[in-house]
Design a protein around this ligand. Structure first.
Ligand code: ADP
Length: 402
């Protein structure tokens, strides 16, 4: 049990439209007590997984909604009369995608906050309403435990005005809160902090480019701990090529499709968000599956890979100029942590920019932060595993302690 004022475990929830990921974590040590997923919510063949130590439990069957999925996870965790809720859960931390102009700090959730997150639906129609489903489900299951919302946009709230501003009509932009918000902020903040610690450097003295390459992908330039650029914008669609998202396209493409291909706005939205990126070009949104096709000589997959690498290099170049001096380039998330060839290709031939990858270091596998550049490389290149759940847990505790 927890003493007054101390926190034992935090239940971290990342809710999507038909799936959710959860983790029970001890925020100080980072020890994961349990974690799992609920997939295909709303279907008769839904899947609930609970992993606790070496023990994995699975349920396949009907899961009507997010609440039922979480209730099933708790049920799977029951041993005699104890389940996960007996682990001294003192906070629930929610990943909330869009904080809009209003939320830029971890926020203790009450009815007004839920309403305000819902009101941001226009800005994040794919994300915020499902985040609220997760919040409401947990409130029903753990009514006495306080919940905190941690926003994916928060870290980038302080982007300089000239970086956050689109060159469009200012009144219109103001009226509709149109600006570059940036996403994956929890990961960029966490990874840049771990990098500074790992290098034994002051955060304030380090200029970094962080490349978060997962299903979604984003880059950031961080100067002395403060973000000065990031690749995502009003929505998580801008920037790098992603699993199913296009990243940057000429906005003229949207008008052209509307006028000339007779597509309505929802069809264009679906095409750019769900049928583009690696999937749209190479038939696979999963990077591993895509690279297998590349190795088999598949021409579409090869083009997709090249487009992905080209865009990444373009952003790295731009951010090196933005920073003026780059001390570290950091790869993180599923692709960044696990795809050595991609890392090598994205920084190949940049010796004159002070970047030299050590092939052996780059090929080594590890779950720990590590340097993959040579000792002579002026820019230190690293792989630093992200841990958004731990960051959310810690921020939730801090928010509750005021
Ligand atoms: P999410 O954005 O859902 O958190 P992740 O950070 O888990 O995504 O990244 C998922 C991506 O990482 C997938 O495209 C997957 O193929 C890729 N990935 C995971 N392991 C490897 C690997 N060993 N080699 C190449 N890519 C990998």
């Amino acid at each position: 049990m927890s003493d007054a004022g101390s926190v034992d475990t935090v239940f971290v929830l990342n809710a999507g439209s038909s799936s959710l990921k959860y983790q029970l974590v001890q925020p100080e040590s980072g020890t994961v007590v349990a974690h799992g997923v609920v997939e295909r919510i709303g279907e008769s063949e839904a899947k609930v997984v609970l992993v606790r130590g070496d023990d994995t439990k699975e349920f396949i069957g009907e899961i009507a909604d997010h609440r039922a999925g979480l209730a099933k996870a708790l049920e799977l965790s029951r041993v005699q009369d104890r389940d996960l809720t007996s682990e001294g859960i003192t906070a629930v931390g929610h990943r909330v995608v869009h904080g809009g102009p209003k939320f830029y700090k971890p926020t203790v959730i009450d009815d007004d906050v839920i309403e305000a997150i819902n009101e941001l639906e226009d800005l994040a129609p794919l994300h915020n309403p499902v985040n609220v489903l997760g919040i409401e489900a947990i409130r029903e299951l753990l009514p006495d435990v306080p919940s905190v919302a941690v926003f994916d946009t928060a870290f980038f709230h302080g982007l300089p005005d000239h970086v956050a501003t689109y060159a469009i009509d200012r009144e219109l932009a103001k009226k509709h809160d149109i600006r570059r918000y940036g996403f994956h902020g929890t990961s960029h903040e966490y990874v840049s902090g771990v990098t500074a610690e790992f290098l034994g450097a002051d955060r304030e003295s380090l200029n970094q480019i962080v490349l978060h390459l997962g299903n979604g992908a984003s880059a950031s330039a961080i100067e002395g701990g403060r973000p000065v650029e990031t690749s995502m914008g009003l929505t998580p669609l801008e920037g790098l090529v992603m699993g199913t998202r296009s990243g940057d396209v000429d906005p003229g493409v949207v008008m052209y499709l509307r006028r000339s291909a007779d597509m309505d706005v929802d069809q264009i939205d679906t095409m750019l968000n769900r049928k583009a990126g690696l999937k749209g070009l190479g038939g696979e949104n999963d990077f591993r599956a895509l690279t297998e096709k590349v190795e088999e000589g598949d021409a579409d997959a090869t083009l997709a890979y090249k487009v992905y690498v080209h865009r990444l290099r373009k952003y790295i170049g731009a951010y090196m100029v933005t920073l003026g001096r780059t001390d570290a380039i950091v790869f993180t998330a599923g692709v960044g942590e696990n795809a050595p060839k991609l890392r090598a290709d994205s920084l190949a031939g940049l010796e004159s920019f002070g970047i030299q990858i050590d092939p052996e270091r780059n090929a080594a596998r590890s779950r720990e932060p590590r340097i993959i550049s040579t000792d002579d490389s002026a820019v230190t290149v690293l792989v630093v595993p992200t841990n958004e759940e731990l960051a959310i847990a810690r921020q939730s505790v801090a928010a509750l302690q005021g």
